[in-house]
Ligand binder design. Sequence first.
Ligand code: NDP
Length: 494
Amino acid sequence: MAGKQGQGGGVAARAAAPAWDYAPAPESRDIVTIAAEYGLFTDGEFGPAADGRQFPTINPATEEPLARVALAGQPDVDRAVAAARAAYQRVWGPMPGAERAKYLYRIARILQERAREFAVLESLDNGKPIRESRDVDVPLAAAHFFYHAGWADKLEYAGLGQAPRPLGVAGQVIPWNFPLLMAAWKLAPALAAGNTCVLKPAETTPLTALLLAEVCQQAGLPPGVVNVLTGAGEAGAALVSHPGVDKIAFTGSTEVGKEISRAIAGTGKRLTLELGGKAANVVFDDAPVDQAVEGIVNGIFFNQGHVCCAGSRLLVQESVADIVVDRLKDRLATLRLGDPLDKNTDIGAINSREQLDKISELTAAGDAEGAQRWSPPCQLPEKGYWFPPTVFTGVSQSYRIAREEIFGPVLSVLTFRTPEEAVAKANNTPYGLSAGVWTEKGSRILWMAQRLRAGVVWANTYNRFDPASPFGGYRESGFGREGGRHGLAAYLDA
Ligand code: NDP
């Protein structure tokens, strides 16, 4: 692809030029029909916003407009919440769990049947590689519906009290990094527990949530059980403060999470917050280096680093730091950046101009503070939003790139000498969402896991997700859990 040269250099001399290259293998877009306009999904029907306003959604890899989408305002929030309340009282609340389960199974099956369509649409609207939307986002979204379908008729046996009851109407606000998957994380447990939902997808990625609304129609879900309001932060804020909502579930930035906490303080609404992170991925000198390098790459370059639990701080034991960083650079030189629909692509587009600006600003701060920046040579496409995989070495704990969530393909490397120092550095963050440990010693894994203040600790792996496993954080990473039995508790009055 013709384009600008990525920053860095140096690697060309290190990594021998490949003897052969992959031919392009683009996934066809034909499987998806994108309408020119989309409405809001309320009470089982698609329709325009009350004031007729719309906003464009674009493909971040090309800047091409994909569709115009209804922009929800206060009257639309009122209508959606009223529809959800009526559906809760008349249909979904009284329905036996075994019946609710059938709808969830149906949604899961349709998601599987339409998996390619969802994967292509997600990559177009979000910019993530098709390899990831096809192999991670969509199968996991279906798995969440399957898993929670299994719970719908067994809630009395979940260890959450004898007769746990649903909370009522759930207002759910989700981000743009895993649009379909976050919708599934929110909707599946809420519906299994007997709640009805009003979902607000992120402004830059509304399309798969709307396709999921279509799937709800296809599954015959009673009107009003799921409502989808596309729009801006104001629609999210209106939903959060609506008196007809009983429970708020939010995934997004710590800043907005704090705003939401303030907005609902004293209202009695239940709240779960899944916010930012600055996870440490800790590599000890006895770790298998090649395996650890794969884990580091997966930890920070998966989904362009737009991952709340990304391993954005590499803590590597000083005695192996040089070899680990060297092998990491060699590996990064083999990553392919470009067309998200190409099945060979490893790194796709940055989701929006705003996010690209934020990554550029924070990485510039890394340069200014004295860290050494490195990126493999790679061609950045002329159009769209792109950032090369980037590694900063010589990072001190006080630097902004070691403290703030960059939410991009940028790794900060720090070193340590002793396990105690690794723990102290890993925990030296206001966040507490996730961590990784790489070592061949089981006893050291357990020792570390007891001391790391993180909701999830992965050992000799990273970014592994399962609907049965609770996920969530401490401190500025939020509270409450999603997934597993613990995730159900957030939607039940037990
Ligand atoms: P936000 O937290 O602003 O957005 C998350 C969701 O909340 C979106 O649907 C957004 O709508 C909505 N929203 C925005 N303001 C409000 C409000 N006052 N009340 C209720 N809902 C609201 O994240 P951004 O997309 O702005 O990203 C900013 C930064 O946040 C990123 O750079 C990244 O560092 C971090 N982030 C972290 C995520 C995580 O999972 N930990 C996920 C996403 C971002 P809209 O899209 O219309 O603004």
